[in-house]
Design a protein around this ligand. Structure first.
Ligand code: SF4
Length: 408
């Protein structure tokens, strides 16, 4: 497996201080019931890993607190899992803090409150960090195919050890979001959105977003992964899916191996997740089940297939005409989320009773005047139609463009 020696990039976050057999990484899991299931499972799974290299080090815990949502929704990391990580690293002699850079429109400290993470941090006098406050650190991505640089949150480069603590979720754009993808929340402020704005790359079928995440992992991989499957999310993840109580925690030093086992528990093959497959093919981690040592060995007992994000969605909304020609599920799901979140607001603010017309997909030869064109596939109409770039586009940009150029 590649490590820092192969990446001459100042500020790259990659090689772990914890013991790792890079060719045959180990992954540990625990599953039990009880009121403190997330805490107990995390401590039990972590007990298999020698955390002594963390002694005297500064450890940054990076949960998924990217949304204003309680852990019971399955959208965010359970606070009991974060509490267990704080305790385990402190017992190992580390100085521990918790950091997050949430999705656009969400404030980190408010999200910490909503998730319950602020409570467990206060009980332990553990520092909470809004990683969007300080200036970013630029990082080159020499091996990048879709991106050549990133803006990292400063704390990520300052702490000695970064621990990714995602919640186990399906994701409508990337298949799943686990410990590798959770590191996207270490990208500074709206620079996360830049990864959605990339053009299709000639000769590569995968979405540029997936390629960019694989690129990101060449310089930004967690030193340890703790995957929270206490309550996951299935279906329309990462924000609008259904909670999936599972009561399992998966940990590993190789984030790809940990993600691969978490995927299997979810009934998904990591080989079918483009960002994991591309990055593993480049040698950044191992997703091949035959090469991963899983302990306890009976992990198949906790396998509980997640409902996948749908590949085709019904986009019928009263008051809207959706023109969909040759789009993909990523644009459909973005638009569905957008209509659920903002559809009523747009209709309330209409000054006539005409439908609001939105187009997605690359198959439109012509479009009615005033059509809101969403996604890079509609870019050929951008000269004379309002246009939202992105592949997939982001919901907040659709709203901005609507009020900027459609509703006059
Ligand atoms: S339909 Fe949307 S998400 Fe799909 S390829 Fe086109 S712009 Fe990208």
């Amino acid at each position: 497996m590649k490590n820092d020696a192969n990446i001459n990039t100042e500020n790259a976050i990659c090689s772990s201080p914890f013991a790792l057999n890079a060719a045959n990484p180990s992954v540990f899991w625990a599953s039990a019931g009880g009121a403190m299931v997330g805490y107990d499972n995390t401590r039990k799974a972590l007990s298999n890993i020698d955390l002594s290299p963390a002694k005297g080090k500064r450890v940054l815990l990076k949960p998924n607190a990217g949304r204003d949502a309680a852990a019971e929704t399955g959208a965010t990391t359970h606070p009991h899992v974060v509490a267990a990580a704080i305790d385990a690293f402190r017992e190992a002699g580390a100085d521990v803090a918790i950091g997050e850079s949430p999705i656009t429109g969400v404030k980190a400290l408010e999200a910490f409150e909503s998730t319950g993470i602020a409570d467990v941090a206060r009980q332990r006098n553990c520092l909470l960090i809004d990683m969007d406050v300080r200036p970013f650190v630029p990082v080159e991505v020499p091996e990048g195919v879709a991106i050549k640089s990133l803006k990292l949150c400063r704390e990520v480069t300052e702490y000695d050890i970064v621990v990714s603590i995602p919640v186990m979720k399906t994701h409508m754009h990337t298949g799943v979001t686990l410990s590798v993808k959770n590191m996207k929340g270490c990208l500074w402020r709206r620079s996360k959105v830049d990864l959605h704005m990339l053009p299709q790359i000639d000769g590569i079928d995968e979405k540029p977003l997936d390629i960019a995440i694989a690129d990101m992992t060449s310089v930004l991989r967690p030193h340890l992964s703790i995957i929270d499957g206490t309550i996951g999310m299935e279906g329309l993840g990462p924000g609008a899916g259904t909670p999936k109580p599972l009561g399992v925690v998966v940990v590993g030093v190789d984030a790809f191996a940990a993600d691969s086992i978490a995927c299997e528990i979810m009934g998904i093959s990591a080989g079918d997740i483009p960002h994991l497959k591309m990055a593993a093919d480049r040698g950044y981690g191992v997703i091949d089940l035959d090469k991963i040592n899983v302990s306890p060995a009976n992990w198949q007992d906790v396998r509980s297939p997640f409902e996948l994000s749908p590949t085709a969605l019904s986009l019928e909304f009263p008051g809207f005409t959706i023109l969909d020609k040759q789009s993909c599920s990523a644009c459909q799901s973005t638009l569905l989320m957008f209509l659920k979140q903002h559809g009523e607001q747009l209709l309330d603010e209409r000054t006539d009773d005409k439908d609001i017309v939105i187009a997605i997909g690359k198959g439109h030869a012509e479009l009615p005047e005033g059509t809101l064109c969403v996604g890079n596939c509609t870019a050929k109409h951008r000269k004379n139609r309002p246009f939202v770039p992105g592949c997939p586009p982001v919901s907040s940009e659709i709203l901005n463009e609507y009020f900027r150029n459609v509703k006059q």
